[in-house]
Design a protein around this ligand. Structure first.
Ligand code: DGY
Length: 335
């Protein structure tokens, strides 16, 4: 009998066909998130779940006696309760690599939009307020040859650094849990402490994964270290930043502006003060959202799902589950 899986987010047809070649499947086909009780109900018989970011916790695992793998259709997997998955012997996978360039492009979009005031001046023209040729109230700041500080030099951080170095001739500083000498040589970037980076950078890019250690790890003290002329760019996870501290820094001139693709709560609440600040660019978490990249992520997630339910090691098993996940997973019944 072929393994039963549940697809909790819409995927392209080619991806569905690929899953159908190997598995029996049921799916949720709406862009709205699947109601939790329906998801729990669907998991009664499934040995694999493909999902884009829903909460995977003890309660859910308790409703999924046959589950072997959760295949996340995103690179971030802060939605996984890793301890719960470890003790239940459930594998968890993500979709690294295929989105690096796409997210790095968006980071540069945020940098350019914030520095050159693109959205603000777009509104200015469309509202018919462009009366004179040019005036200094519309000036922005240069990106080229400025100093970029990247906090978190993983694959996406590197893709941002490549663009900064090769396209914009920027001076690139980075800090990371571990120093990366090969990256320094290859890309011409400079390792420094977080404090030094904050004091020197014109643009600070946050590119760290959300974990219990990085939750609100960027707060008042860090913002106070930044230059008043600097911008903060966040396209990783909103919870990494203390949003109240950020609002205060932006509202009081502590920093010049911010480009945000992510928020502490998503979708962001319309009353969030960040939406009222003219020096903040806000996007609805679209870092990886291009047609091609989302299709690639869906196919990668499907391959991880199918590989795991067929009893093989999925290529993108997340690091924290590499020890225990597979053993427990393969012991579970495949139906
Ligand atoms: C991811 O894959 O984690 C991204 O945030 C999705 O845009």
């Amino acid at each position: 009998m072929r393994p039963k899986v549940f697809i909790a987010n819409p995927v392209p047809q080619a991806v569905e066909h690929y899953i159908a070649e190997h598995c029996e499947y049921r799916k949720w086909d709406s862009e709205e998130p699947i109601p939790r009780d329906l998801l729990l109900h669907e998991l009664a018989n499934a040995c694999g779940l493909l999902i884009a970011g829903g909460r995977i916790d003890r309660e859910l695992l308790g409703h999924a006696p046959k589950l072997k793998v959760v295949s996340n259709m995103s690179v971030g997997y802060n939605n996984f309760d890793l301890e719960a998955m470890k003790s239940a012997g459930i594998m968890g996978t993500n979709t690294p690599s295929v989105l690096d360039d796409t997210v790095a492009d968006l980071v540069f979009g945020l940098i350019l939009t914030a520095a050159r005031r693109i959205t603000e001046l777009d509104r200015y023209v469309k509202e018919g307020r462009w009366q004179s040729g040019s005036d200094k109230h519309r000036f922005g700041v240069d990106v080229h040859h400025a100093t970029l500080g990247i906090i978190g030099m993983g694959r996406i951080g590197e893709a941002v650094a490549v663009r900064a170095r090769n396209g914009f001739h920027m001076n690139v500083l980075y800090c990371n849990r571990t120093r990366k000498l090969e990256t320094e040589r290859r890309l011409g970037v400079q390792y420094c402490t977080k404090r030094e980076l904050l004091q020197r950078a014109d643009f600070v890019v946050l590119m760290v994964p959300l974990t219990p250690e990085t939750n609100r790890f960027f707060s008042r003290d860090d913002l106070a270290q930044m230059k008043r002329s600097a911008f903060l760019i966040n396209a990783s996870r909103g919870q990494i930043v203390d949003e109240e501290d950020l609002i205060e820094a932006l509202a009081t001139g502590g920093i010049r502006g911010a480009g945000l693709d992510v928020f502490g709560t998503e979708p962001v609440h319309p009353a969030n003060p960040l939406l009222k600040l003219p020096n903040v660019i806000t996007l609805p978490h679209i870092g990886s959202a291009t047609e091609r990249t989302r299709a690639d992520m869906a196919m990668l997630a499907a391959r991880n799902l199918v590989t795991a339910v067929l009893g093989e090691m999925p290529p993108d098993l997340v690091a924290e589950l590499r020890q225990s996940g597979m053993r427990g997973g393969t012991e579970r019944e495949t139906e």
